[in-house]
Write a protein that binds this ligand. Structure first.
Ligand code: ADP
Ligand code: MG
Length: 707
């Protein structure tokens, strides 16, 4: 046989070698022994004792043992196997709707079975439906510890996983790595904690186990948080060792010319963050800074000023935005501000035609374009910068982990690392920031530009829709502009892969869209508001059409824009003063806040109307109430954290958030601070142990935490 004909066969065999459960384990990240040892039970089942049928109550989950009296296949509506079991104190029927013929044979009369399940009162007497069954002898011992139930996934049976975990636990090296003086509690060792949590003795309070308050849990939470803090401090130190171009702010430089042409003066908060950024840019280490500020606080102009500093120093700057609409808007704004000052701006998105794209790429590669604006197309492989000095990422939480890693790799390919400024309108509560953003500097714009009148938010049931449309007519007659937002579940734009990654969806398998809501509303409003321009905008329109509609709304030609959440981030039309959000109950709190931030950008008083369909769920009610009560992004973020937990906040750090399996940020805040302190000590005084601890806990995943 020739080599060529052999190869595919070999490859096929290699691919087939891993069984379905093994592949499922890989997916769960259960690769190394230590990964298995750290895969802790969700809950436990008590198989250490038997209950006598005489003592068991209906509704209880019990383990009983008895002898089969009868085993029959019956038709009771559906074909089923019915096993009658007697434990000497009573009888119970075991009912199986799915079963194998072999089971009927082996669970024959006279055989002793140990079964566990929910006891209930059925039509023919006491019964258990689909209990777990084990054939036993009279002297088969009971379990000596609680039975762990592990988090698992499709194709990975509990029993298989249980065996794998037990094997991993026995093989994993579990020596103490953390120096004892750095452990801030009287907790068992790692080995003791793990052995205990996998196989707790039956006397222990199941509640203390399941609510994670047991000292063994405390130990693990600390270990986990320590690993996370260490990896972030390491990232910070690694960055400090890198070289970046020094971008000093020059008196009389481009940034001053920009300030001269702006139609407004910077707020105090904007000036402060500009200074923080300028100080970083002037250093020979790469900046890694998050700029957070509520919707409408004016982050774009701060980014523009940072860009002028880089350009003035002779370097290129890239600005990346998560959607084409937002990127386009930044492009227009930056061109209008900077081209008069002699700055050449290039434009890169996925929808560019081949020829235009080649031209733009050439501008970037030659260095002729000093600023490049676009979607994630900016970081794709063909893009080569002549001299990238500063990368700006707008709405960074909308980008996925993969995109963040791609950017870092792009940046790492040059000898000098560019500086990095990330912007986000989602304020991050302090504990979260400490946990997930420990490797970043944070600047906060905590003040809105002057002259804004607070947005008034009204919550109406959707039967008041006609009244709302009347109100729109009055507004547009006065020359105001109006957004009408419709929900569209599963909308994904070309550059919205981030959302797909977040949801664990493959982006090539996008579900078909139901556009009926937004197109119907567009039609309804067009008819009701004859004589006024009513535009339609959603993610599935061709890029050129999106840009065109947006431009016509910006210029005032369109009075009303019926849109999906494509306008959620960044869109800035100050003349818009009324926003209607229909089916507001379907949106998350942060999303509503982001959407609402599209109005209230000018001097006129703005109104946001939240229409909801009854009946409203409790969380729906509390969300809409929060919206009506406050305009403060930090307060909204706090309430959102209460309602939804930390995952939603971190956006691109989702995977990082998912990595915190044990610690709970709302309960373990004190632990975060202690882990932080211990991490600093350990990194300075026990660097080798620190390496080992991170490798043990994070393995390959540590790359994601740093993304
Ligand atoms: P965001 O922080 O949400 O990105 P933008 O940068 O889009 O906010 O700014 C919102 C609006 O406020 C824009 O129209 C912008 O031109 C304007 N703006 C920004 N800074 C100021 C300021 N200091 N004074 C007045 N208006 C400002
Ligand atoms: Mg913005």
């Amino acid at each position: 046989m020739t080599k060529q004909s052999l190869q595919p066969v070999e490859r096929g065999q290699v691919a087939d070698k891993r069984s379905v459960p093994q592949k499922a384990m890989d997916k769960l990240g259960l690769v190394r022994d230590i990964d298995l040892a750290l895969h802790l039970p969700l809950r436990y089942e008590d198989e250490t004792r038997l209950t006598l049928l005489r003592d068991a109550r209906d509704g209880q989950t019990v383990q009983i043992e008895g002898v089969v009296l009868q085993n029959r296949i019956e038709m009771r509506g559906r074909r089923q196997m019915i096993v009658k079991l007697d434990d000497g104190t009573g009888e119970v029927l075991l009912r199986f709707l799915n079963f194998y013929g072999s089971q009927q044979k082996s669970w024959a009369p006279g055989v002793r079975l140990r079964v566990r399940g929910d006891l209930r009162h059925g039509f023919f007497g006491r019964e258990m439906v689909h209990p777990t069954v084990k054939i036993v002898q009279e002297d088969t011992p009971l379990a000596s510890s609680l039975t762990p139930i592990y988090p698992t996934s499709a194709g990975l049976p509990q029993a298989y996983l249980r065996k794998a975990v037990a094997a991993g636990l026995s093989r994993a090296p579990l020596d103490e790595v953390i120096p004892p003086q750095l452990i801030p509690g009287r907790w068992p060792s790692l080995r003791e904690s793990l052995h205990f949590l996998h196989h707790p003795s039956p006397e222990v309070s199941v509640i203390a186990l399941e609510d994670h308050s047991h000292p063994a849990w405390q130990r693990l939470k600390f270990e986990e948080l320590l690993a996370q803090q260490l990896s972030q401090l390491q990232a910070r130190m690694a960055r400090a060792a890198l070289k970046a171009p020094v971008l000093p702010t020059r008196d009389g430089g481009l940034h001053e010319q920009l300030l001269g042409v702006l139609p407004f003066a910077l707020t105090g908060a904007q000036q402060r963050v500009c200074t923080e950024i300028a100080q970083d840019l002037a250093k020979p280490q790469p900046m890694h800074r998050l700029l957070q500020g509520d919707v409408g606080s004016g982050k774009t102009v701060v980014a523009a000023i940072a860009a002028t500093v880089a350009i003035d120093a002779g370097w290129q700057c890239a600005l990346m935005a998560p959607t084409e609409i937002l990127a386009e808007q930044h492009f227009r704004k930056l061109v209008s501000w900077l081209e008069p000052l002699g700055v050449k701006v290039a434009w890169l998105t996925g929808s560019l035609k081949a020829k235009a794209k080649r031209e733009q790429l050439a501008l970037v590669a030659s260095g002729e374009a000093q600023l490049v604006v676009g979607t994630h197309a900016v970081i794709q492989d063909q893009v080569e910068f002549a001299k990238l000095g500063l990368a700006l990422i707008d709405e960074q939480h909308r980008f996925g982990v993969a995109q963040r890693l791609q950017l870092r790799r792009k940046l790492e390919s040059t000898e000098l690392e560019p500086h990095l400024l990330m912007m986000s309108a989602t304020p991050i509560p302090r504990t979260l920031a400490m946990t997930y953003l420990a490797d970043l500097e944070v600047s906060t714009i905590d003040e809105l530009p002057p002259g804004r009148t607070p947005i008034v938010t009204k919550v109406f049931a959707d039967n008041r829709r006609p009244e709302v449309i009347e109100r729109i007519r009055d507004e547009v007659a006065k020359g105001s502009q109006v957004y009408w937002v419709c929900p569209l579940i599963d909308e994904t734009e070309e550059s919205d892969q981030a959302a797909d990654e977040k949801a664990g969806r493959a982006s090539n398998k996008r579900p078909p869209l139901d556009l009926s809501n937004v197109t119907q509303t567009h039609q309804e409003l067009s008819e009701a508001l004859q004589g006024f321009g009513v535009g339609l905008l959603h993610g599935r329109l061709p890029a050129s059409e999106k840009a065109d509609v947006m431009a016509r709304f910006s210029s005032g030609e369109l009075s009303v824009l019926v849109a999906t959440t494509v306008i959620e981030v960044g869109v800035d039309v100050p003349n818009a003063s009324l926003m209607v959000i229909e089916h507001a109950e379907r949106f998350g709190l942060s999303q509503l806040h982001q959407l609402r931030g599209r109005v209230g950008r000018g001097a006129v008083a703005s109104v946001c109307v939240l229409l909801y369909a009854s009946p409203l769920s409790d969380t729906g009610k509390s969300r809409l109430k929060a919206m009506a009560e406050t305009n403060d992004g930090f307060e909204i973020a706090r309430r959102d954290l209460e309602i939804r937990g930390p995952g939603e906040f971190m956006g691109s750090r989702q995977s990082g958030a998912a990595l915190l399996r044990f610690a709970d940020l709302s309960e373990d805040q004190g632990m975060v601070a202690r882990a932080r302190a211990a991490a600093e000590q350990m990194l300075h005084h026990h660097p080798y142990a620190a390496e080992r601890h991170v490798a043990r806990w994070l393995g390959k995943k540590s790359e994601y935490l740093k993304a």
